[in-house]
Design a protein around this ligand. Structure first.
Ligand code: GTP
Ligand code: MG
Length: 435
């Protein structure tokens, strides 16, 4: 027997209303026991709720009849007055009536299990709830609409088509098999390989929109990295002193620039040091510089090209600091903007430059992008298998069949069409309760 579950769907604490969400086969009986009878599905009705003679609240009650609900089960929403005591009394009554509090993500998990959405869509629900920027919300909505699932399904259809061609040839072998296959399945696999490669390549973009674009400040000690960091995040987050080697740890701040989520990191100045603490700081700074999507090479007048130069890539920005000192930096091969955190000059230009870079790197007409590492790994797996199948086609077609089946499995795991049990926990454990 499936449990009937309930959870507070609105944030805990005091508010105008609090919504308790119910789902499962026992919903109707629970509503009746609370005094909420004669409810038309999908119609809002005001009902006095009470349990064992105790008045709980005058609530707005919504009932959904299976399968036409979020979960696909019988479901209901109790819109209560948003006080702790009211919510507690209603929760106590529901437990007494045999319902149990829902686990994180359990409503959406049931929606998935009842075929109301696939796994990629379920992930989009969590992403939409977590979205803090317009780009994140837009991306999650696209995924919820099923656009991403449709892309994966398209890949899978092509794969199964190629597989059918291969199997047909194996079932009716004659000496021309490899020739025929190269002619029929070959082009299908070539196209599919190209599509998958493109999806994997643009995959980082979707992940960056979702998890934040990583910008790292690097440079010599005393270059003014922490001063710039504080100016960009608009608070005194990092310690600034005239002492070279002030910053040791990597400091991260999350900010929104041009509608995109950004993680900005301040790092230790790059120099050789005998101090093990500073040396560890420098090691971490280098690692971050390598992993970043964009490096701001922070240089004060007179700073040598030094170690930082090795980490700066084409397309990175040089920020020439301390422009108020009137000494200009010799321009190198990179785009350079002058700033002074003392006067504030040039800060707006740096922000605008970053915004333009984000728009260039992260916006794109070819949404939906791959939004999760989990998806990207499966796509890579599929791509490898498709490449292997393409090679096998000419020499050992029966092996190509195995490779194609592996590729199809990898894609099916993204949307949860197969291999569901082992990924369910991974996907739903990050959800909030009530969703
Ligand atoms: N005149 C002037 N001084 C600045 C400016 N920005 C930073 N400074 C000074 O330069 C010194 C070093 O600044 P920080 O921001 O700590 O430099 P950093 O790159 O973080 O240094 P480390 O953490 O040691 O690597 C401090 O004394 C700052 O006050 C500026 O725009 N103009
Ligand atoms: Mg610093």
């Amino acid at each position: 027997m499936i449990d009937t579950i309930f959870a507070l769907a609105t944030p805990p604490g005091r508010g105008a209303i609090a919504v308790l969400r119910l789902s499962g086969p026992g919903v109707e009986a629970a509503l009746t026991a609370l005094g909420a009878t004669r409810l038309k599905p999908r119609m809002a009705s005001v009902r006095d709720l009470s349990h064992v003679g105790e008045h709980i609240d005058q609530a707005l009650v919504l009932r959904f009849a299976a399968p036409n609900s979020y979960t696909g089960e019988d479901a209901a929403e109790l819109h209560l007055h948003g006080g702790r005591a009211v919510v507690e009394a209603a929760s106590r009554a529901l437990i007494a009536l045999g319902l149990r509090p829902a686990d994180p993500g359990e409503f959406t998990r049931r929606a998935f299990q009842n075929g109301r959405m696939d796994l990629a869509q379920a992930e989009a629900v969590a992403d939409l709830i977590d979205a803090e920027t317009s780009a994140q919300a837009k991306q999650a909505l696209g995924q919820l609409d099923g656009k991403l699932s449709e892309t994966y399904a398209g890949f899978r259809r092509d794969l199964l088509h190629a597989l059918a061609l291969v199997e047909a040839e194996i079932d009716f072998p004659d000496e021309e098999v490899p020739d025929n296959l190269a002619r029929t399945a070959g082009p299908v696999l070539d196209r599919l390989g190209a599509d998958l490669r493109r999806a994997v390549d643009t995959g980082r973009r979707g992940e960056r929109v979702r998890d934040g674009y990583r910008i790292v400040l690097i440079g010599e000690t005393n270059a003014g990295k922490s001063s710039l960091f504080n100016a960009l995040v608009a608070r005194e987050a990092a310690i600034v002193t005239p002492i070279a080697g002030t910053t040791r740890d990597v400091l991260d701040a999350n900010l929104v620039i041009g509608g995109y989520a950004v993680t900005l990191s301040d790092t230790a100045g790059l120099r050789d040091s005998d101090d093990p603490v500073e040396a560890e700081g420098v090691r971490r700074a280098r690692l971050r510089a390598e992993q970043a999507d964009l490096r701001l090479w922070v240089r004060a007048p007179g700073d040598p090209a030094g170690v930082a130069a090795a980490y700066v890539e084409d397309g990175d920005l040089v920020v020439a600091t301390k422009s108020d000192l009137g000494v200009s930096l010799a321009r190198g091969g990179h785009e350079t903007l002058a700033v002074s955190t003392t006067t504030g000059d040039g800060l707006a230009e740096v922000r605008d430059w970053i915004a333009a870079r984000l728009a260039k790197d992260l916006s794109g007409a070819d949404f939906p992008a791959v939004t999760q590492e989990r998806h990207r790994l499966r796509l890579l797996e599929a791509l490898e298998s498709v490449d292997a199948a393409r090679k096998a086609l000419d020499v050992a077609p029966e092996m190509a069949g195995d490779d194609l089946r592996r590729a199809a499995d990898a894609l099916a795991r993204v949307t949860g069409a197969i291999g569901v049990e082992d990924i369910l926990g991974e996907v739903f454990s990050t959800f909030c309760i009530g969703k």
